[in-house]
Ligand binder design. Structure first.
Ligand SMILES: [Zn+2]
Ligand SMILES: [Zn+2]
Length: 343
């Protein structure tokens, strides 16, 4: 393998571990930038600079990325990576058995919206993690800050997924994380919603709406026949810039979700951990289905499913109520013709 390839592989690993530990974006970007700098170097210059320790003279390469590149190129013990790997491990606790029963992830972003890796990378990583399927759910148009897909770009993405299916070893399902607008309607036409395999509906705006309005908004969304999963139901953020959970009549929403067989998402993102534990218990006792989703925006974050599995195991959710344990064909039968399977 050539030096440049070894350097790129080592930097990719660093990015993977950093994303897995929810490192600040600028830290991840520093390694991505270093990768671009390495791509432009000649093979012999790269080798020379690694040997002489002069990589940091180049604009865009700092001490950490230089150490990762050198270790990769010179095939030395990559101390920085070894430490990063250890410190970013996702703990697997009592959810281990459940994790082994999961077949896929139903909430994954790519560079088509605000993800940090392209479609092929996300699918490859899902495959490497042993998933049988992955659902691609980029943002809908109204979420402009996340570069949400308008109908034309969604069409293009559906074509890209079709193309990828020719070579992917796992099943790639289409989907979208569709915004639940203020009045409870969805940010995508029925025609397009109908073409998707799985629809995650989430609130991303006006999260502090008064409870009666938020309740109406969520009731409308969970009873929509084309909504498969209610994403991160309270919208809270418990790490970094914190955000209080949205207030709504959770019992009413979960009862209607259960009656409509719309799954409640157990969102595995460490800064979300939605639903909060009291609501998870309520959704369990109300008879809801669940989806354990990573909401990954980068390959390393696809490993977060274990966190949701731990929580589900702690709350004794049975595997059959968790849609990710179903074979892709059953998942599709349910999402496409709701109620037939779950009853
Ligand atoms: Zn979201
Ligand atoms: Zn998302």
């Amino acid at each position: 393998m050539q030096s440049k390839q070894r350097a790129a592989d080592a930097l990719d690993k660093a990015v993977y571990f950093l994303d897995r530990s929810l490192a600040p974006k600028q830290k991840v970007r520093a390694f991505q930038r270093a990768k671009l700098v390495v791509e432009l170097l000649a093979e012999d210059e790269l080798l020379q600079r690694c040997t002489a320790g002069t990589l940091t003279e180049l604009e865009g390469i700092g001490p950490s990325s230089a150490s990762v590149i050198s270790a990769g190129v010179l095939e030395q013990q990559p101390e920085y990576l070894t430490k990063l790997d250890a410190s970013s491990q996702v703990p697997v606790g009592m959810g281990e058995e459940l994790r082994s029963q999961l077949r896929g992830d139903c909430h994954v972003h790519t560079t088509w919206s605000d993800g940090g890796a392209d479609l092929a990378d996300m699918v490859r990583t899902a495959e490497a993690l042993g998933h049988e399927y992955v659902v691609i759910t980029d943002h809908s148009p109204r979420l402009t800050i996340a570069h949400g897909l308008n109908p034309e770009r969604l069409e293009q993405q559906l074509d890209a997924i079709d193309g990828l299916r020719q070579t992917a070893e796992i099943t790639v399902l289409t989907g979208m994380e569709v915004d639940i607008l203020e009045d409870g309607t969805l940010d995508l036409s029925e025609e397009l919603l109908e073409r998707l395999d799985v629809v995650v509906a989430s609130v991303h705006s006006k999260l502090a709406q008064p409870a009666p309005e938020m309740t109406e908004r969520l009731l409308k969304a969970v009873s929509h026949p084309l909504v498969t999963i209610l994403g991160h139901c309270t919208g809270r953020q418990i790490l970094g810039t914190q955000r209080a959970p949205s207030q709504f009549d959770a019992l009413a929403v979960f009862e209607l979700a259960a009656a409509s067989t719309t799954a409640i998402e157990i969102n595995c993102r460490p800064e979300r951990q939605d639903p909060p534990e009291d609501l998870l218990a309520l959704a369990r006792d109300t008879g809801c289905l669940f989806a354990i989703n990573t909401d990954a925006h980068a390959p390393g974050q696809l490993e977060w499913q274990s966190l949701g599995c731990d929580k589900a195991a702690r709350y004794q959710l049975s595997a059959e109520r968790i849609i990710n344990t179903w074979p892709a064909a059953d998942l599709l039968r349910w999402s496409r013709g709701r109620g037939a399977l779950a009853g």
